[in-house]
Design a protein around this ligand. Structure first.
Ligand SMILES: Cc1cc2nc3c(=O)[nH]c(=O)nc-3n(C[C@H](O)[C@H](O)[C@H](O)COP(=O)(O)O)c2cc1C
Length: 163
């Protein structure tokens, strides 16, 4: 069984999560950054894992488009989906908004890997939003954004049982 992980990452958190996921998978696994790498044919893979990070409630457009364009081919595979985001509370809505319902229903595993702000690498606008989010978190007592490493391990263990 061969696994393909297709992902998008704006400031590198999702990329780090995906690398950790691969390190915990026992079968042969290829990683594809949808913004940089050539997309291979799905025919060469049995398990497809797809995800990205959430900005203003939206996953990267290329991830959304890829799932729609390849809907039929994806339906015939074992599937897993993930998002990286700051709000675990809204993760359910992010999944619904990011991936076709028919694929989510078919997926063997769906996980939120949490989130991390990396202001050192951000553009001015994103830095500004980051400050506002931090202020809101403090004012409203909302749980702070954090990586959910345990969910990466969970996804790996489900996939390892399929292989
Ligand atoms: C400008 C900006 C907007 C964001 N919007 C959301 C959001 O709407 N919901 C959420 O849960 N997280 C949001 N986040 C948190 C990101 O999803 C989180 O930082 C994630 O780890 C980014 O991963 P990446 O570095 O792979 O792109 C936002 C972060 C930034 C910087």
């Amino acid at each position: 069984m061969k696994t393909l992980i297709i992902y998008a990452s704006t400031y590198g958190f999702t990329k780090d999560c995906v690398q950790m996921l691969r390190d915990n998978l026992t079968g042969k696994t290829d990683l594809v950054n949808i913004n940089k790498d050539k997309l291979p044919s799905l025919d060469d893979f049995d398990i497809i894992l797809i995800g990205g990070s959430i900005y203003m409630g939206q996953i990267q457009k290329k991830i959304k488009k890829y799932c729609l364009i390849n809907l039929d081919a994806l339906k015939s595979k074992q599937l897993g989906f993930f998002v990286c985001c700051g709000s675990d509370q809204h993760a359910g809505d992010y999944f619904k908004n990011s991936f076709p319902e028919i694929l989510l229903e078919k997926a063997s595993v769906v996980e939120n890997f949490g989130g991390e702000m990396r202001p050192g690498q951000m553009n001015f606008f994103h830095k500004f939003i980051t400050k506002m989010v931090a202020k809101n978190e403090a004012q409203n007592n909302t749980p702070p954004m954090k990586p959910l490493t345990e969910n990466i391990i969970k996804m790996a263990s489900v996939i390892n049982q399929l292989t």
